[in-house]
Design a protein around this ligand. Structure first.
Ligand SMILES: [Fe+2]
Length: 192
């Protein structure tokens, strides 16, 4: 059977309602869905030349969205202040994790590369930056254990790693710039 988007959303909502404080239950549901990337692509479409962030569910308890990122994107380090489950069904997403210092600045720690079919569960305190260093568009399903758009968050500028309130316009701008650059590159090299 193919991927059932509404069924997936309601299963995740049920898991959260039943008590899933670290997102482990949702992580398992996402892992199962992502293990069959072809059926997700068949249901919600392949990656396109347009970045997108389409919200499938938003409540105080949980946010789910479908994310498409361009090649070359490299986003500021940020926190979520809630657990997250990330599942990549196309392309690649490189995570750089950071340790938070007492002065509020961050320093790089470990990293994790997610490729097609991979999932990751991120804890409530995680700080990460995400990039797609490939020439392929990446596509993922993200689930968060709260209202992603309402909870105050912090970002860290790449040059200083100093904290600042998260500026979603700045992040959208970085995504759009990478998308424009990817489109220009593929026009110049149509065989790529
Ligand atoms: Fe994130």
């Amino acid at each position: 059977m193919g991927f059932d988007r509404d069924g997936f959303v309601s299963e995740c909502a049920s898991a959260v309602k039943a008590g899933d404080p670290l997102g482990a239950g949702v992580g398992q549901l996402l892992e199962r869905a992502i293990s069959d990337p072809n059926s997700i692509e068949a249901e919600i479409g392949d990656r396109t030349t347009v970045p997108s962030m389409i919200v499938w569910h938003r409540s105080d308890e949980m946010t789910i969205f479908h994310m498409v990122w361009p090649p070359g994107v490299d986003l500021f380090a940020h926190d979520h202040n809630m657990w997250a489950a990330i599942g990549v069904y196309g392309g690649r997403e490189d995570n750089q994790f950071y340790d938070l210092r007492p002065d509020g600045r961050i320093e790089p720690s470990t990293g994790k590369t997610l490729t097609r079919g991979d999932t990751a569960n991120l804890g409530i305190d995680v700080v990460h930056s995400v990039s797609n260093p490939t020439r392929e568009w990446s596509a993922a399903i993200h689930v968060y254990g709260g209202d992603y758009f309402a909870v105050p968050r912090t970002m860290w500028r790449g040059d200083t790693l100093e904290p600042a309130p998260l500026d979603s316009a700045l992040i959208s701008q970085a995504v759009e710039l990478a998308a424009e650059s990817a489109r220009t590159t593929s026009e110049r090299n149509p065989e790529v």
